[in-house]
Every structure is written in C-alpha cells, then in structure tokens.
Design a protein around this ligand. Structure first.
Ligand code: FES
Length: 630
C-alpha cells in the first residue's frame, strides 16, 4: 500500500501513513496534541498547521479552509489539518504552531466545599484467622467470612477476583489479613498482613469538554491529588448532540466512545496516583458524575433516546458497577458508584451541583447555573426544584472564538478598556505573555467593549469609532486586545465580529433557559436571593461582566456567588458519605425536568436574549445604569 512520510515540527516526530488520510489523522496516530474541537469537520479552525514541504502532494484548499483562513495565511502555507488529505507519495513537513496544541490546561478543580460526616462505602479490617488443623478443615473462604461475621455481625459475599486470591494471601500473611468491605455487604479485597493505614477513593467529573479527577484519602476525607484533562471524546464532536449522532452512525461507535472516555479516566488515575505516590490498586471506591449523555456513554448505554422527545434517560437511579467491568483501572474488586440522573441532558453532574450548593434545602429561591458546553440550570428552594439544560456551546471554553483557548498559561483571563482612550489592559494566567483568550477573558472583553461603547447593544462594532485597534477587512471587523509585540504568538490577539456573535448565542442560550424556568414558576429576578454560578472555566468569571452581557438574571452583585466546579465537589461528597448518596437519590427524584424546546416562547425569547443584555432592556435595570442607551 502506497505511503507517505509526515514529519511534524518542531519536535521532528515522523510517521509513515497510507495515502488518503488527513494530516489530523496522522497527528492522532503519532500522539500529537493537535486541537480538533469540531472533531475534524472543518468548522472550528483550531487544527491549523503550516506546511513547510510537500504542499503539491496534498489535496487542494477546501471551502472550509477558505472560510477559516485569510488569503495571506493561505499564501504562507497555513492549512487545516483535518481538511488536508495526503494524496501522493512524498515527504510532508508540517509545523504545528503553539496555538494549535491542546496544551496543559488549568482547570478550576475545587468547588464550594461542604463538610460531610465521613461515612465511606468501604472500610478496612485486620483479621487474625485460626489456622486449620486435621481436626478442623473448614475452607479458607468460610474461615475468613465466619471470622468477619464474628467481628462485625455481617454476612458477606466475596468478590470473585478476591476469592481466587484468598488461599495464597492468607498463607502469605501467616493467617493475618487486611480485608476491605464494601457497604458491609461484600468482601472486595484482601491483603496479606496488617495494612490498615491507607484507604483511597476517586471522584470523577466527566464534563463534555473536561475531565476532572480527585484522589481522596477516605480516612481523613481530604483530597490528596487531582488531575484533569480535556475530554478525549472532543475529536468525535464538541457537544453532546454531535457525540450522540456519532454513536447513531455506526454499530461499534458507542463502544469506541466508551473506550476513549475510560482510557482518559485511567490516564487521570495514573497521574493522580503518581502524584500521591500510591498504587492504583489502593483506590477501593469511586464515584462518577456527568451529564446524561456522558453518563450513558461511560456506562456503555446508548444515549440515543435522551436526544429524542420526550427525552427520557435510559437510567435515572444511581448504579454500582464493578470498576473492572467498565475497564476502570482501580482495585480489581472495587465498585464505581454512578450518581443518579434527572432527565434530558440534566444528569448526575446537576445532582452533584445540588448536593454541593444545598439548593435543595434553601429557604429562599435560588438559581444554579453550571456553565459548560452543555449548561444546566436549576431553580427552586426546599419546597420545589425545576431544571433544564441548554446547548450553550463551547464558546466560553475558548472554542469557536478566533483567538480563544483553554484556560492555560498565557490565556488572557481579565480585560478592561479605558472608554476615553480605548486603551486595553489585561491579565493573563501565570502572568505569561498572552497567547489567546480563555472563557473569563472572553466574557470580560465583550463586557468591556460594551461599556466603552465600542460595540452596540445589538453586538455590532460601532461604525463611528476610529481607533487603530478596530480593523475592518473583507471578511470581518475585529478589535485588537493585544498587539503582536506583546504576545507569545507574535500575532495580534483580536476579538472579531464573529466571536461576538458566538458569545451572543452562548449567553442567549443560558439566559433563555433561566428565563423560561422563571416564567414557568412565576419567579421574578427580585425573588431570586442567590445565583450560584458553577463551572470549570479555569478562573472566576467576573460576575459584573456576566451580568453586563446578560448571561443570567439581573440580581444585585452580592447575590451572585461563583462556586467553581460543584459537580466535582458533589461527586467527592458522595465518595465520602453513603448518606450523601442516599440524599442524591432523593434530590434527583424531587427535581422536575423542563424541556426548553417545548416552550412556545423559546425562539422569541432566545432571539431577544441575543441582545446585550437583552432586547427588553427593562429586565436588566441594574445593568441599564451601566449601559445607558444613549
Ligand atoms: Fe479541523 Fe476543527 S477545523 S478540527
């Protein structure tokens, strides 16, 4: 079969690849961390590479590339890796610029912490066994179970893998073993000798775009290590709908997405165990949360019907499954506890949010907005709770934004603009030279452009304003946030008209969800005593900026609390306490799911919400003071 050689610079990584494959496929095959947010459909423009050799042996520039790249970029050899097919035998040399790499992202791992009384599902016992004799030849397993029953009063069953180890281990430990019990129902692991000290568990939040794992000491209730990564399913589609479509397209596709996510989780397990210097085998329990689609795919359950009216989940209740059956590499006998779902895309992560914020026991009406590619919104109090989800897209995670990036070193996270001089100030993560804008930076930048009247309430650049920072070209209008001599990329960092459109769509999706819940429950902004804003942006979103762009209802600033990654916090609470698991089950049943698409006002409400802060300015009286319509 005819093959070509592809060399990726600056690393010099090379591989031979069959003709007909794309440069993105070549990059994946060799393990290069090239961004591919749209899954190779040519729409995100993130997989840019620069051709240094062999351009005549590749497919011609596609329409998708003409949309994403400027004429001068094309002249200088820029291509989208997902669109570039290797057609002839040759050596192709490709440079991968820093902006096209996934990079190490900084995730906001911690969320609001609640004190939980330690009641883990696993506990350890040291057991001294009586040696068998010719007069007493009880089997090894019965000897062990009878001794445990005498100590605890519990009748246990034995995990099959553990059963196979019993004869050797009890003799290796000279008839003293440490046993690990799960829910006082099952003997899931034994070790020779006394080994009481450490007992670990793992909580994982599977976000549509991000994975976060927390390794927790179950004796102390403390996090001992964390690890995070981009969700490795992203190349298959950036949002839940595109991943479900992928599942529906082929018989083995569900299996493939399941395998990819489990591989990603195993990578985080290894990373966190290395940090804590423990063996993966020492993790004896785990909890998982995610939206319904992520939940189903993780469990290998088809998520197909969740996306079809009336949007039922395949499974609502929590479930305990042996980690080894799912391929999760922790203790062979350990279980994975998957928290319960609600309905539609409002899944176990929203239940975890509710646990962490305690919205379910609040006297006053509160709202919870967990912003991600899929945003969950919950409204209510101790008396009632309703929830919905909206497809807000990945704009606030830096995707579909020209110079958007994940929250990593060099990302601009805060922006301010002097309305008199139009001069821009910004702050980057780790105070490094800027290389792009992360979610909080994008929200700040748009709010600052609005406050300085550089963009209008309709989201268009103010045509009367003359400043070198505003550039108009054949394709778009853009505003320079950082000049090239300030940046690490040696290119200007800009925010374009299209970026503003993406922000308008994302924030309108969120606000529409919030307003439809409020309308259904007859709640006004002034009735909401607290808005919890959750999400793993990488840093705190300035609530003022969020309010200015009209992302959530106009409540006094002090009523907005940024709570970080509460889905992760809730998963940890359930790891630490079986009582929290019971509570999660109860709360999930109490939350009523509302399908936004079924609301007759949805379209109108969404269009009105694309204005800054909203077409009905009166809904945002506090913001109106800042953005006077003059
Ligand atoms: Fe190539 Fe998105 S444009 S992966």
């Amino acid at each position: 079969m005819a093959r070509s050689m592809v060399v990726f610079q600056p690393e010099g990584k090379r591989l031979e690849i069959t003709l007909g494959k794309t440069l993105l496929e070549a990059a994946k095959e060799i393990g290069l961390d090239l961004q591919s947010v749209c899954g190779g459909r040519g729409t995100c423009g993130k997989c840019r590479v620069i051709l240094r050799q062999g351009m005549n042996h590749l497919s011609p520039i596609s329409n998708a590339e003409r949309q994403s790249l400027t004429e001068s970029e094309i002249k200088n050899g820029f291509r989208l890796a997902c669109q570039t097919i290797i057609e002839d035998q040759s050596t192709i040399v490709v440079e991968v610029p820093q902006q096209s790499r996934v990079g190490k992202q900084r995730l906001l791992l911690k969320g609001l912490e609640r004190q939980v009384e330690l009641m883990p599902s696993v506990r350890k016992f040291v057991i001294h066994l009586k040696k068998p004799s010719l007069k007493e030849v009880k089997s090894d397993a019965d000897r062990l179970l009878d001794t445990i029953r005498d100590l605890t009063g519990k009748e246990l069953k034995i995990d099959y893998e553990t059963l196979k180890k019993i004869p050797h281990i009890i003799r290796e430990g000279n008839w003293t073993v440490t046993a690990i019990l799960w829910m006082d129902r099952e003997l899931i692991s034994i070790k020779p000798g006394e080994y009481l000290r450490d007992l670990y568990g793992l909580a994982v939040d599977i976000g549509t775009s991000k994975l976060a794992a927390y390794l927790v000491d179950l004796n102390m209730g403390e996090i001992v290590a964390t690890a995070s990564a981009a969700n490795p399913q992203i190349p298959y589609g950036e949002d839940v709908i595109s991943r479900i479509s992928f599942v529906m397209k082929g018989e083995t596709n569900l299996e493939e997405l399941h395998r990819v996510i489990v591989t990603g989780i195993n990578q985080l397990i290894r990373e966190s165990c290395e940090k804590a210097r423990i063996q993966t085998e020492e993790i004896c329990d785990s909890t998982i949360v995610g939206n319904t689609a992520m939940h189903h795919i993780f469990l290998g359950i088809p998520p197909t019907y969740v996306s079809l009216s009336p949007y039922p989940a395949a499974l609502q209740s929590s479930v305990d499954i042996k980690a080894r059956e799912l391929g999760v590499q922790i203790n062979r006998g350990a279980y994975v506890h998957v928290l319960p779902n609600i309905a539609g895309f409002v899944g176990a992560d929203a239940v975890a949010d509710a646990l962490a914020t305690e919205i379910y026991r609040s006297e006053a009406i509160s709202m919870l907005v967990d912003i991600g590619t899929n945003t969950e919104i919950m409204l209510g109090s101790k008396d009632w709770l309703v929830a919905c989800s909206c497809a807000s897209g990945p704009a606030f995670e830096g995707a579909q934004i020209k110079h958007g990036m994940r929250a990593a070193t060099g990302a601009i996270e805060h922006v301010w603009i002097n309305p008199e001089t139009v001069e821009v100030g910004y702050k980057t993560i780790d105070d490094a030279k800027p290389s792009g804008l992360c979610g909080s930076g994008i929200i700040d930048a748009v709010a600052a452009l609005l406050k300085a009247k550089i963009i209008t309430l309709e989201g268009r650049f103010n045509s009367g304003l003359e400043t070198p920072r505003i550039r108009r070209n054949e394709k778009t209008v853009e505003f320079v946030i950082a000049w090239r001599d300030e940046t690490s990329t040696k290119n200007d960092i800009v925010i374009t008209q299209n970026d503003i459109r993406e922000v308008q769509k994302a924030k309108a999706a969120i606000y529409t969800g919030a307003s439809i819940l409020m309308k259904r429950m007859d709640v006004k902004s002034q009735d909401i005593q607290k808005i919890f804003v959750a999400g793993a942006f990488g840093n705190y979103v300035d609530p003022q900026s969020g309010k200015i762009i009209g992302m959530f209802p106009d409540v006094p600033l002090q009523n907005i609390q940024f709570v970080g990654n509460t889905a992760g916090s809730g998963a940890r609470m359930a790891l630490l306490s079986t009582e929290m698991r019971r509570l999660a089950e109860e709360v999930a049943k109490r939350i009523e799911y509302l399908e936004l698409g079924a609301d007759p006002d949805f379209q109108k409400e969404f269009l009105n919400a694309t204005y800054f802060p909203h077409k009905e300015f009166g809904r945002f009286p506090n913001v109106a003071k800042l953005l006077r319509k003059d």
